[in-house]
Design a protein around this ligand. Structure first.
Ligand code: PMP
Length: 401
């Protein structure tokens, strides 16, 4: 007899399912608008109209102008475009030795770009975070030089959920611009994980460039966007056709843009209410685990964080083993291995937290989402309480062999 195991998906930071509304809108667009939006004929003009409507909707939702939204293939491309594009244009603009600042807990699509640019004679400073994973705008001030062309600090971290002080950082940057008497530094924020829950008005945030992505907000994967404020100098990183006002070559996907805009509007509409609902579930999960399982440490700061993320390290438990046992009982989550400097799968975010005194056995991340219910949390806690002591006993036994 076939048995269907219940699955509880708690990995929404990695990928969200596509919402029904976004999926329907996308299917319709794919069927009805086959034209290339750059073509002059009726089909092309119709496709262009739909693409521009999607762009205008996303722009409107963050208080930007339509011409400030450049569609990309996702967040990785948008982050690359923001950083490489600004450095290239700064060089073209006469900055001989461009300097950039990125935080130590950025996603690899920012950090690896910084590492690659270091090999091209770009000076990079790494802005540290405190015990909770938060950067200090005051420390940032000390790192800015007259050659600093870009500061990139993420809005909300994808591993521990910490929300960074974007508005304060923007203030520091405006101050630095006045002192430098140039247009630099610009401020870029990777807001990929913030879209579901946080303020996104670019005027209020004071950002110059902002990365957003569809695949983490219940839209289709394969599309994202970079907000580039009017006047910001940002050379393209792809060359080819004149799409996206010559800022990003390659035929746009009308259907993906439609799905993205519908998902974006939905996420923004739900954000305040979902924040409260998901936070309550996450807090119950945290309380239950902390009350009933000893030797558990929270990575990050639950007060100043996305409401859907709980990142934990556990004494005497290998994170991979725990993830596999949880998966076997129907619970999907992600994690990183123990922090040994030689181990490339260890978390650079957890290592960046100033936590020298705590043994690190790896980390696990619960990330809740729209379909997470309180019954799911009850089940996850029950399984967690069963598996963790079992793994600890196994660990002790293997130590004594
Ligand atoms: N930035 C952040 C904060 C992310 O969480 C992710 C994906 N986990 C990315 C960038 C990269 O997104 P993608 O792989 O979809 O390009």
């Amino acid at each position: 007899m076939m048995s269907f195991m219940r699955r509880i998906y708690l990995d929404h930071v990695a990928a969200t399912p596509v919402s029904d509304t976004a999926l329907r809108a996308m299917t319709t667009a794919m069927e009805k608008f086959p034209g290339n939006p750059s073509a002059i004929h009726t089909e092309g003009r119709e496709a262009r109209g739909v693409l521009e409507k999607a762009r205008a909707e996303i722009a409107g939702a963050i208080s930007a102008h339509s011409d400030e939204i450049v569609f990309t293939s996702g967040a990785t491309e948008a982050n690359n475009m923001a950083i490489v594009g600004v450095v290239r244009s700064a060089r073209a603009n006469g900055v001989k030795h461009p300097h950039i600042i990125v935080s130590t807990i950025e996603h690899p699509s920012v950090l690896e770009v910084a590492h690659a640019l270091e090999k091209e004679e770009v000076k990079v400073s790494y802005l540290p975070v405190n015990h909770f994973g938060v950067v200090s705008p005051r420390t940032l001030r000390t790192l800015i030089t007259p050659e600093t062309v870009l500061v990139s600090v993420m809005y909300a971290n994808n591993e521990i959920g910490t929300i960074e002080p974007v508005i304060e950082i923007a203030k520091e940057i405006r101050h630095a611009r006045k002192m430098n008497k140039t247009v630099y530094p610009y401020f870029h924020t990777d807001a990929v994980q913030a879209v579901n829950y946080c303020e996104l008005n670019v005027q209020r945030l004071g950002v110059d460039l902002m990365t957003i992505s569809s695949g983490k907000i219940y839209g289709p994967r394969g599309i994202g966007a970079l907000f580039v404020k009017r006047g910001v100098l940002n050379e393209p990183i792809f060359y080819g056709g004149e799409q996206e006002e010559s800022r990003r070559a390659g035929t746009e996907s009308v259907a993906l843009a439609v799905g993205f805009s519908v998902a974006f509007a939905e996420a923004r509409k739900m954000s305040a209410q979902e924040f409260k609902r998901v936070k309550k579930l996450r807090d119950t999960l945290t309380e239950q685990i902390l009350k009933k399982v000893p030797g558990v440490f929270i990575n990050g700061d639950l007060e100043n964080s996305l409401p859907n993320i709980l990142n934990l390290s556990l004494e005497g438990v290998e994170s991979e083993a725990l993830l596999l046992y949880l998966d076997a009982v129907g619970v999907a989550l992600s994690g990183k291995s123990a922090c040994k400097s030689s181990d490339s799968s260890a978390s650079h975010v957890i290592m960046a937290l100033d936590k020298q005194n705590e043994e690190n056995t790896g980390s696990i991340r619960f990330s809740l989402g729209r379909e997470t219910k309180s019954a799911d949390i009850v089940y996850v806690v029950k399984e967690f309480l069963r598996i963790v002591p079992f793994l600890r006993t196994m660990n002790k036994q293997s130590d004594t062999i």
